[in-house]
Design a protein around this ligand. Structure first.
Ligand SMILES: [Zn+2]
Length: 314
């Protein structure tokens, strides 16, 4: 967790200006779809067997994950714990299969981390099960900067705005809706080329200056931006760094963020469906030009939006 402060201190700030000079791309591989997670035999005391599958099959640091759990018997409730986070589960309409979303932060070291499940059966009996989940090492870009990032000195009014924004974001981000609002697969917010991937770190003299915690789409101003999935608008405001920013709450602790919009077309508290237009792209806030920065946040952890978009979900 050594570099977590560096990463979290840049939370929510979209793509920075190109005030720095890139001297070279040290490493440039897309995050790998890594090793398969070995199944583990059921060791439930209940006699029946648990079945747990996950997407993506090969899990790496920075990746979201959807757990699909079939308990040995019908449950009234199911909760989980993984990587010191609570995992919320929701049953499918038939009540047999449970789905929960989670993620491994970029700082998660390769290893096996137990998913601890606790359920209550229809008759009120407690059931528990544990399965080790392997997390592999993702390969992310690192860009060397020859000069540290230059920031314009904010004036007192701007500093006040920045500090107000911080409180607004903290409040929004402390919000967790256990119930699942997302449904089916997640879809790209725009049809456009990706101009910067998730997890790119910018280093100066070998020290990480910032990590790109989202996915950038190369879109000109005025492009309609769609919600990745169904959810509730948690924040729809103009912020200093992020510009016009929308945050959607998809339930189970999962949020998606859309930044630098020229126009916001939803209101806080409003329910949106996947694919619904929430605004129009732009270059507001701290951005060198128009583009869309999309981020995925789960219980305080930024995850790779591209991986989330690649999952085939029910
Ligand atoms: Zn960005």
């Amino acid at each position: 967790m050594g570099s977590s402060s560096t990463i979290s201190s840049f939370s929510l700030v979209g793509c920075r200006g190109l005030a720095l000079v890139f001297v070279g791309v040290l490493f440039s591989l897309l995050p790998l779809r890594a090793i398969e997670v070995p199944g583990s035999p059921a060791k439930s005391g209940a006699g029946g067997s648990w079945s747990i599958t996950l997407q993506p099959v090969g899990l790496i640091n920075g990746s979201p994950v959807v757990f699909r759990v079939t308990p040995p018997e019908r449950l009234k409730s199911l909760s989980g714990k993984w990587l010191e986070h609570e995992v919320f589960f929701s049953a499918d309409p038939q009540g047999k299969v449970w789905y929960g979303i989670a993620g491994a932060s970029l700082e998660t070291r390769p290893g096996k981390y137990p998913l601890e499940l606790k359920g209550v059966s229809a008759s009120g009996k407690d059931l528990s099960f544990e399965k080790p989940i392997a997390v592999g090492k993702g390969k992310y870009h690192s860009i060397a900067a020859s000069v540290p990032k230059q920031y314009t000195e904010p004036n007192p009014e701007q500093l006040q705005k920045i500090s107000q924004d911080k409180a607004i974001k903290q409040q929004a981000f402390s919000h967790v809706t256990p119930e699942r609002e997302w449904t089916g697969s997640f879809h790209a917010p725009v049809k456009a080329e990706i101009s910067d991937v998730f997890g790119t770190s910018r280093t100066f003299n070998g020290k990480t200056q910032s990590v790109h915690e989202g996915l950038d789409y190369a879109v000109s101003e005025g492009t309609p931006v769609a919600a990745l999935n169904s959810g509730t608008v948690l924040l729809a405001q103009q912020l200093f760094f992020e510009g016009n920013c929308v945050v959607l709450d998809h339930g189970q602790g999962l949020l998606t963020l859309y930044m630098h919009l020229s126009k916001i077309e939803v209101k806080e508290g409003e329910h949106v469906t996947g694919g619904q237009k929430i605004g129009v792209s732009g270059g507001t806030g701290r951005a060198t030009g128009p583009h869309l920065h999309v981020a995925v946040r789960w219980e305080g952890v930024y995850l790779n939006p591209a991986t989330l978009l690649s999952l085939q979900l029910p």
